[in-house]
Design a protein around this ligand. Structure first.
Ligand SMILES: [Zn+2]
Ligand SMILES: [Zn+2]
Length: 309
């Protein structure tokens, strides 16, 4: 990272030859009751490219109080912890993404990488371990045999659960095509007190399991997509005190801007769509989500702490 905190990684998941509109959508109407974006990746540059300060300034201007900046590997986790230490609107989550675990394990680097995550998890403005979990969708893509990749993901997920419990932090789970195995792993190892399914992707059945266990469900722009009725059914089924909202920016841009770059300032679209689905007032929902988010991650308001590089 440079002296002014800038650290940028280019989005690499562009789908083969398909042209996207790479301009950022306009600013939505500001929220009257503010909320937090509890899962974003400010360092991943997409489209015309905004740095983390521009993302945060736009977010502030429409009533987004703060964000949880999420790491996916050692470098982005280190950056997340450092930016949270300097920027009052940012708290950090640190972890190795499930898709990262097989690559690290195949090079014999998983344990050292986990030790770095453990160290970062002890810093004051790191308030979650994540995103970790299981991703059966991309298994085998990196040329690593499927069974080997699966074992590495489970080993890494278990280690992250232990790190979250050791430091008393929330756990942010990435669950892609792996509901049953995620739930089984949480039950086998013992879930941390505050466990969050980031970009909740299940239907009412998974919502019922989360409810039974007191696990939080964080909804992303996907809940606004036309074909996502099961997600909306899950939202309706979820107890109001277990619901949060996120962008997972720069991915999963809400309707009507699906496909364009995402940023925390677009949360109002997702929140308004959720309120409509729930038949409730946007301000009331925002107030509930804000208090839930502060319960899960603690307050953003403490003085930023300077960490020597
Ligand atoms: Zn994820
Ligand atoms: Zn993410």
């Amino acid at each position: 990272m440079s002296d002014d905190g800038t650290f940028i990684r280019r989005r690499t998941d562009e789908s083969g030859g398909q042209k996207r509109d790479l301009t950022y959508p306009p600013l939505p109407q500001a929220l009257t009751v503010p909320v937090y974006d509890n899962h974003t990746h400010l360092e991943i540059e997409d489209g015309e490219g905004l740095d983390h300060r521009e993302h945060l300034d736009r977010a502030s201007s429409v009533g987004i109080r703060g964000v949880v900046q999420v790491g996916n590997d050692v470098a982005t986790s280190v950056w997340s912890a450092e930016i949270a230490a300097r920027e009052p609107r940012v708290l950090a989550a640190v972890a190795l993404h499930p898709n990262e675990a097989p690559r690290l394990a195949s090079r014999g680097e998983l344990h050292d990488a986990l030790a770095v995550i453990d160290e970062l998890a002890g810093r004051p403005r790191v308030r979650a371990v994540g995103e970790t979990g299981l991703d059966w969708f991309r298994l085998g893509e990196s040329g690593i045999p499927v069974e080997q990749g699966r074992a590495a993901q489970i080993e890494s997920f278990e280690a992250h659960i232990e790190i979250a419990k050791k430091h008393g932090l929330a756990l942010q789970i990435h669950d892609r095509d792996a509901h049953d195995d995620v739930v089984a792993t949480l039950k086998r190892v013992g879930a941390p007190e505050r466990t969050v399914f980031h970009c909740f992707s299940g239907g009412p059945e998974l919502a019922a399991v989360c409810t039974e266990n007191g696990w939080y469900m964080s909804f992303a722009g996907t809940v606004t997509f036309k074909n996502a009725q099961p997600l909306r059914d899950a939202l309706v089924a979820a107890p109001r005190n277990l619901i949060m909202v996120e962008t997972d920016a720069p991915f999963l841009t809400p309707s009507p801007f699906r496909g364009r770059p995402n940023s925390p300032y677009l949360i109002p679209h997702t929140l308004r769509s959720m309120a409509e689905t729930l038949g409730t007032d946007v301000g009331l929902l925002a107030a509930q989500i804000t208090s839930t988010t502060e319960l899960v991650y603690g307050t953003w308001e403490s003085e930023p702490i300077t960490i020597e590089a």
